[in-house]
Design a binder for this molecule. Structure first.
Ligand code: SF4
Ligand code: SF4
Length: 98
């Protein structure tokens, strides 16, 4: 039997999310590598739209509203373009209940 989660509006989901932005980026992107990447898979895969392609073939990245899902790290085709770690304790995304 197929089971589904109840439909929840995007705004309702986001009302339970906080970002405690750490000074030190937990994801670092080597944008020199991105320039020669043909898929730009991160642009399509990141649920927070944090990877933005630039006109000159590069990538702009901002870690501040990252969900820490790890998807970009998994889909990245550029070898070692992404250095990924968790933020220090107490920082980063917070999912609140209620
Ligand atoms: S998939 Fe990886 S190498 Fe390609 S643009 Fe995104 S971060 Fe850069
Ligand atoms: S970890 Fe997830 S939310 Fe954060 S930048 Fe990567 S794909 Fe986007």
């Amino acid at each position: 039997m197929n089971q589904r989660y109840a439909d929840v509006a995007f705004e309702d989901r986001m009302s339970h999310v906080d970002f405690r932005v750490a000074e030190k980026a937990h994801i670092v992107v080597d944008t020199d590598v991105c320039r020669s990447c043909t898929t730009k898979a991160c642009v399509h895969a990141c649920p927070a739209n944090l990877f933005v392609p630039t006109d000159d073939g590069g990538i702009l990245f901002n870690y501040e509203q990252c969900f820490e899902c790890g998807t970009c790290y998994l889909v990245c085709d550029g070898g070692n373009a992404i250095s990924w770690s968790y933020p220090d304790g107490g920082q980063g995304v917070v999912f609140r209940h209620g």
